[in-house]
Ligand binder design. Structure first.
Ligand code: ZN
Length: 422
């Protein structure tokens, strides 16, 4: 979208006209291309809204990542878009924000306007997650930047955990609750330290753009710009961040183009020989693209983490079956699909080689195997780029007694195509 059009869109957002056009009416037929957003989910309308209004896209083509934590890099990018992408002269405010990063201009802008500050010492932590309290602060500062009235507040003693709200965040949380931008997680809990997922961010964005209560009533005296506080009280991300080499390697993305990423080495997840490689293949008259590699292994044997990291997803995920996703920091994530049993949970910190699941054939699968994917900054990349030439997984050992294999799905042609993709 061109800058002009985006500005026009933001104009519409500002005067509220878009609220009537947005696909948020009950039973809206508008859908998204995301496999992981069920139309029955509580966040479906919000995802439809942010997708249709080009505020958020997926973590990659067909995945929105509703349960993935929203990152600081993502939120500044979205607000920068909403602000109409004003030109930025200062482009290198942070040591950990490369000028080539998609969020580079947004981070500089957000810093200059006091909307999102760094952690001191020039550190921005673009991949860092956002707590609910921080989200309130960011939207509060953005509303002030947009010259909306942010003076309204609320007595937060209704929340039994109000003592957990940082003193510098009280005005922001009070404003967010009063305007209806944010609610407690229940009537007596605000959960200020809980992390904001991408689904929560989408819902908050939809409310920010469509609630009249956010916008300044005519004649309201706009409060002075709030003092910017260095968010030093926020603990640094505790998850291990796997060091990556400054050496770059070439790899292939889903559309077949070549990109450069830092060099990074994963351990093989399971012992076995690759039965299906990464890349395009021609099946049933159409080209499909295998997002990872398949390594057949016996039912129930351990699947190992390829590198240290934090589990960001552990559950059933459509064609992947029982899926584990590990975030390794530095932009890298690994996916392990089709497991019979999951042995970790979301939020767990795992070490390299740790057994995270038991091999299986859940989801779109034609036999017991591990489907292994590597993502770099939200893009699917070729796992072979990051694996040693020789499979270095330990000898296969039963990790969980699986008495019964998941019933094989009846394979329609579509299912077979999907099985070939996954
Ligand atoms: Zn596969």
């Amino acid at each position: 979208m061109g800058n002009k059009l985006r500005k026009a869109l933001c104009g519409l957002l500002a005067c509220g006209l878009l609220a009537g056009l947005a696909p948020v009416s009950a039973g809206a037929a508008v859908s998204t291309p995301f496999y992981d957003v069920a139309t029955t989910s509580w966040y479906n309308d919000a995802v439809v809204y942010v997708y249709a209004n080009k505020l958020m896209s997926g973590v990659d083509g067909n995945f929105f990542g509703p349960d993935v934590d929203a990152s600081r890099g993502q939120i500044v990018t979205i607000l920068y878009r909403l602000a109409g992408e004003p030109s930025v002269t200062q482009t290198n405010a942070f040591v950990d924000v490369p000028t080539t990063a998609y969020y580079s201009s947004a981070a500089s802008w957000a810093n200059k306007e006091g909307i999102v500050s760094g952690y001191g010492n020039g550190v921005f932590l673009p991949d860092g997650a956002i707590t609910r309290e921080q989200m309130a602060i960011i939207f509060y500062r953005f509303a002030n930047y947009q010259k909306y009235d942010v003076t309204r507040t609320k007595d937060l003693s209704v929340y039994s955990d109000n003592w957990q709200i940082s003193s510098y965040a009280k005005d922001a949380v009070g404003w967010a609750v009063t305007t209806g931008l944010m609610n407690g997680t229940d009537s007596t809990t605000f959960n200020p330290t809980g992390l904001a997922s991408r689904a929560v961010l989408a819902a908050t964005l939809m409310r920010y753009c469509s609630l009249d209560s956010i916008k300044v009533p005519a004649g309201t005296v706009v409060a002075a710009k709030p003092t910017v506080i260095e968010e030093t009280s926020v603990p640094a991300v505790s998850a291990p961040v796997v060091p990556v080499s400054s050496t770059l390697v070439s790899t292939t993305t889903l559309d077949g183009s070549t990109i450069q990423t830092p060099k990074m080495t994963f351990q093989w997840p399971v012992q076995g020989t690759v039965s299906s490689g990464y890349g395009a293949r021609y099946i049933f008259g159409s080209t499909s693209f295998h997002r990872g590699i398949d390594i057949p292994a016996p039912l129930g044997v351990g699947i190992h983490a390829g590198a240290a990291g934090t589990v960001t997803f552990a559950g059933e995920q459509g064609s992947y079956g029982n899926l584990v996703v590990i975030d390794h920091g530095n932009g890298f994530q690994s996916y392990y699909g089709h497991n019979s049993k999951l042995l970790v949970a979301k939020g767990d910190v795992v070490q390299k080689n740790q057994v995270i699941a038991a091999c299986g054939s859940t989801g779109r699968s034609t036999g017991n195997h591990c489907h292994f994917e590597v993502h770099y900054k939200g893009q699917v990349v070729n796992p072979m780029t990051y694996l040693p030439a020789k499979n270095d997984a330990p000898a296969n050992q039963v990790a969980a007694v699986v008495t019964e294999a998941a019933e094989a799905p009846e394979m329609t042609q579509e299912a077979l195509i999907l099985a070939a993709i996954y």
